[in-house]
Design a protein around this ligand. Sequence first.
Ligand SMILES: Cc1cc2nc3c(=O)[nH]c(=O)nc-3n(C[C@H](O)[C@H](O)[C@H](O)COP(=O)(O)OP(=O)(O)OC[C@H]3O[C@@H](n4cnc5c(N)ncnc54)[C@H](O)[C@@H]3O)c2cc1C
Length: 394
Amino acid sequence: MRTDVIIVGAGVIGLSVARELLCRGMSAILVDPRQPGMGASWASAGVLAPQGARPFHRPYLDLCMASRDMFADWSAALLAESGIDIEYRTEGGLQVAFDEEESEELAQRYHHQQELGLPVDRLNSEEVRTLEPMLSPETRCGLFFEGMHQVENRRLVRALVAAVKGRGGEFLVGDPVIDLIVRNNRVTGVILPDGRIGADRVVIAAGAWSGLQNWIPGLPLPVEPVRGQIVCVDGSGFPTVTRVINGLGQYLVPRRDGRVLFGATVEKTGFDTSVTAGGLSAVMEHGLRMAPGLAGAPVVETWAGLRPMSKDGKPILGPSSLEHLVLATGHYRNGILLAPLTGRLVADLIATGEVPEAMGPFLVDRFKGNAAQEDSKTRLDTAARQDSAARPKQ
Ligand SMILES: Cc1cc2nc3c(=O)[nH]c(=O)nc-3n(C[C@H](O)[C@H](O)[C@H](O)COP(=O)(O)OP(=O)(O)OC[C@H]3O[C@@H](n4cnc5c(N)ncnc54)[C@H](O)[C@@H]3O)c2cc1C
């Protein structure tokens, strides 16, 4: 068996890469031990928040904004190719504050966004509740981000699978890739438990599992799993919210069919995808403080997924020290947001052999050497501190 490109992992990233390659006339096989999209991509909340629940800085901010801007065309193309509406919504989102300290944080956030020239409106309590009448009267103030959008990520995964199949992409489901075939420092295929597949290029898009194998000699991929738990209620007929609300380090995400997601924990618990009593109670407590009218809404589902977090919380994209091995992983909390642009950049790299400019800051080389490691350690510590600030008390 032989193909142009083998993609290790059929999550939203692998699927987006596959679709772009197929659009350019290349052949692609996706390999995954699970059904496509059943990793983090299925467990996600689907919020497209390039301005971040916490502030992002350039060039990461630019990457996130550029990918968000692709969604209108991407969702239309996916609808045409798959017949599936990914429910791309553009009504904007709110970040709200409940006490003095949070109000101060929002004020700083507002100034930072203004300095960057990004669209954001500052709202007092009354204005917030005019926009979202079912938010708690305790809400002190808020910021409105018109550029905070959302998609229904499970529909997105289904649409991508259908689009990839429709364009002739193949799926090998049931077994993991256990190693690479390497000749003279060039990757020529992958090894499965019961066979080998040859390819001109291999893309690692294995999400939180990307660091488990030593794909690149001497440089284990610095990606680890960070668990997120979500509770989903049926808010139909209850006083609910109509757009994404961030507050108290948590979020509420209303879906078109009346469901509302309460999410999400941020926990370093290895590859454990258990839904826990502590996790659920934390997200419910914060969510209900924001939207108390949902207290009577029936819980319809709970789940947990593993975000792929790189050492500095940013994606790892592009070539590696092994020729013809391409990396597309570590998207952490923004893999849905970054899926269309990641697909395009990786396909550009494979088609032209040139590293696209936007990929430059996200190469794996940034983790090489002591200085880079120290630098990324500092940034990781910062990311961890920011996360623990956002983590629900458990
Ligand atoms: C609770 C939660 C909420 C989130 N909310 C948001 C959000 O609102 N917005 C946003 O943009 N992002 C969000 N994210 C993050 C986003 O879901 C991820 O960044 C994104 O799904 C990562 O996609 P992926 O394809 O890299 O990984 P995955 O979807 O995890 O896919 C990786 C695939 O690789 C496969 N694999 C692993 N090892 C191997 C192997 N050896 N061989 C072959 N295949 C392998 C796995 O089985 C899996 O299917 C959230 C994540 C979670 C968990």
